[in-house]
Design a protein around this ligand. Structure first.
Ligand code: GDP
Ligand code: IMO
Ligand code: MG
Length: 430
């Protein structure tokens, strides 16, 4: 039995897609436990680039069954568009299964996402505009629509009517928009029912039975620790729990079954959207990381904000996710930059913080305390073992390991599937 959780350690886009792709070839199930089509996971196979949004990257692993878990929010239009797009490129998405308990994104969720952002003005979150927050809000308010509701049109109608009774008041009176006709929404959802029905499963049962039979499951988290609605930089977060505990809830796999919690972390830091970011760079180095690292959001095409590696965040993420291993990505991007600053602590109004400040205002005012290490000049993209790396790169990894509260088991030296150094294989449990 192997149950691995893949979690973003920073603000997303750390390379979870690539990590999943490497491991996905050796597991039976790849489950997406949280998020929706706000994610963008890139996988590069044999020079071909795939950008997965709603589908788990495991859809590209031939022997794995990809599953969209109960913790996800599913836009059915986006789901079938993505499946069709992949199949047009020769990939096989026919194994995809969807938890009957997954929540569905309705067109009104997207409208509300955009309108609420507008109302927030300069305090806007910078969401992806995909209706993610409003869909999760309805789930928690107990007026959400679930995938299984499409199996019974009259139940669906009742649920849509209940949701719109409240929403229409808000849309008309507060947001000055037109009321939505429930029948229009029922028609919208029922238009997908025949195609969705055969994909629905009791995911919690299927996954636990698989684990009991000695099979392996990988949970491919979307978003990241610092975007977690509880543990992230609230309110500049997404509306799910992308941390390891959330992966258990979002897949129905209990915490005692988890064999590895693998944190994916970049050798520097990026963030898309608004919110605090202590090591953010506004100088030529920020631009250097953005262009050399190709830091453009998969989902919205926005340039990612860039900064140095922040070991306060690494330690925090290691703690809240109980990381057993780290996968450090994009080491190759730091080649030839002379000196590499690493944030080891913060200073707030003259006071040093070695760990994440309790208060969000302190975090907003955190000034990084840096130490620097010399960079290497050799091309490292061909390195396949730790010993292949130049000494300075090895020293850098060793220092990050000391600072980050967890061993670094994988090192990414390029975007390709094979451009990876494996020091400890989480599949082998070593
Ligand atoms: P995710 O959302 O965590 O799956 O990450 P994204 O796919 O949004 O962004 C990560 C980007 O980095 C993608 O373009 C990957 O192809 C790329 N990438 C992943 N690992 C490496 C690496 O080790 N080196 C380089 N140069 N690129 C990488
Ligand atoms: P992956 O899985 C980076 C950010 C958005 C915004 C905030 C809330 O590719 O790492 P939302 O639409 O979720 O309500 O937006 O979260 N965000 C991401 N940033 N990578 C992601 O996913 C993200 N998903 C959401 O930019 O700041
Ligand atoms: Mg991404």
């Amino acid at each position: 039995m192997t149950a691995i959780i893949v979690v973003g350690a920073q603000w997303g886009d750390e390379g979870k897609g690539k990590a999943t792709d490497i491991l996905g070839g050796h597991v039976d199930y790849v489950v997406k436990p949280n998020g929706g089509n706000n994610a963008g996971h890139t996988v590069v196979v044999g020079g071909e680039k795939y950008e997965l949004k709603l589908l788990p990257a495991g859809v590209l692993s031939e022997n794995a069954t990809p599953v969209i878990g109960n913790g996800c929010v599913v836009n059915l239009e986006a789901l079938f568009e993505e499946i069709d797009g992949l199949e047009a490129r020769g990939a096989d998405a026919s194994r995809l299964r969807v938890s009957a308990n997954a929540q569905l994104v309705a067109p009104y969720h997207q409208t509300i996402d955009k309108v609420t952002e507008r109302f927030l003005g300069k305090r806007a979150i910078g969401t992806t505009g995909r209706g993610i927050g409003p869909t999760y809000a309805d789930k928690v308010s107990r007026i959400g629509i679930r995938a299984q509701d499409l199996l019974d049109e009259s139940i669906l109608r009742q649920k849509v009517e209940s949701a719109l009774n409240q929403k229409n008041q808000m849309l008309v009176k507060l947001y000055n928009r037109k009321a939505i006709d429930p029948e229009e929404i029922v028609r919208y959802f029922m238009g997908f029912a025949d195609r969705l029905a055969p994909m629905l499963i009791d995911a919690e049962l299927v996954l636990n039975q698989a684990l009991d039979e000695g099979k392996s499951v990988l949970m491919e988290g979307g978003q990241a620790t610092m975007l977690d609605v509880d543990h992230g930089t609230y309110p500049f977060v997404t509306s799910s729990n992308p941390t390891a505990g959330g992966a258990c809830v979002g897949s129905g796999i209990g915490p005692t079954k988890i064999t590895s919690s693998l944190g994916i972390i970049k050798a520097y830091t990026t963030r898309v959207g608004a919110g605090p970011f202590p090591t953010e760079l506004f100088d030529k180095w920020g631009e250097y990381l953005q262009t050399t690292g190709g830091e453009v959001g998969v989902n919205t095409g926005r340039k990612r904000r860039c900064g140095w590696y922040d070991s306060v965040i690494a330690r925090y993420a290691s703690r809240v996710n109980g990381f057993t291993d780290l996968f450090l990505t994009k080491l190759d991007v730091l080649t030839g930059i002379g000196e590499i600053p690493i944030c080891v602590a913060y200073e707030v109004d003259g006071k040093r913080f070695d760990e994440m400040p309790m208060s969000q205002s302190d975090f907003h005012h955190a000034v990084p305390v840096y130490e620097t290490m010399p960079a290497w000049d050799e091309d490292i993209t061909g390195a396949r073992t730790f010993a292949d790396l130049p000494e300075r790169a090895q020293d850098y990894i060793n220092r990050l390991e000391e600072l980050s509260g967890c061993r670094i088991s994988y090192i990414g030296v390029g975007p390709g599937r094979d451009e990876t150094i494996v020091r400890h294989d989480v599949l082998a449990g070593k």
